[in-house]
Design a protein. Structure first.
Length: 247
């Protein structure tokens, strides 16, 4: 599928990875429905990107809101054939010190938000003749990390949900894949120490535009892949470039 054939809904699209993806796809001619709870930023970005881009408020935990967003996208674009489930939150805390309330809050945004997106958008994508769904997980959905227990649990759930959805939707011509960024320079990672990337093979934080480029590839060009993971992390999960010293 060519970029200018896309009619895509992006959650968490006001800034960061979602905003960079909206910009890249719009520049390629796609029709984009940016959704977020950051109304001022989302509306400003949509206005900047032109008439093929619209903004709509969406709390991804609200099933009724999802129905309205999908209906609005179909009305505006004539179809909806792609979804980037990007919205999510990060919370700090080990298993021992994460509160139950905070653990539930992270799960209630990061997991049902993806589930509701798939469930609500799939019929529209089917009506459009098929398409693709990209679910934004994390390298935290590929391995464990200390200090972000709730986030790790939620991102493994997104990875598993992706596999189930890929099987359930394959006969409808809908591909479903998970995206696994490592440390990316976004507002959500402002509190992460930049030193954490120094010993990975590519010793820097990634940029949102780099993740956007991979997302475009997954939506448009990865036509023979579904149910699998795509990692963009500077080599972090491959290993650390720490020297082995003699004893």
């Amino acid at each position: 599928m060519k970029v200018d054939e896309l009619a895509v809904l992006i959650t968490g699209g006001a800034r960061g990875i979602g905003g960079a993806t909206a910009r890249l796809l719009a520049e390629g001619g796609a029709r984009v429905m940016i959704t977020d709870v950051l109304d001022e930023e989302g509306a400003a970005l949509a206005a900047q990107l032109g008439p093929r881009v619209q903004y709509r408020h969406l709390d991804v935990t609200d099933a009724t809101g999802w129905q309205g967003a999908v209906a609005a996208a179909e009305e505006a674009f004539g179809k909806l054939n792609a979804l980037f489930n990007n919205a999510g939150v990060l919370s700090f805390g080990t298993v021992a010190d994460c509160t139950e309330a905070d653990f539930r809050r992270v799960q209630d945004i990061n997991v049902p938000g993806v589930f509701l997106g798939i469930r609500t958008c799939a019929p529209a994508i089917r009506r459009a003749g098929g398409g693709a769904i990209v679910n934004n997980s994390s390298t935290a959905g590929m391995q464990g990390y200390t200090g972000i227990a709730a986030y790790v649990a939620s991102k493994w759930a997104v990875r598993g949900l992706t596999k189930a959805a890929a099987l359930d939707l394959a006969r409808d011509g809908i591909r479903v894949v998970s995206l696994h960024p490592g440390p990316i320079r976004t507002p959500m990672t402002d509190d992460l120490p930049r030193e954490m990337a120094e010993t990975q093979p590519l010793p820097r934080f990634g940029e949102p535009e780099e993740v956007a480029t991979m997302t475009r590839f997954l939506l448009c060009e990865a036509t023979y892949t579904t149910g699998t993971e795509f990692v963009i992390d500077g080599g972090a999960i491959v290993g650390r470039l720490e020297p082995v010293t003699e004893r």
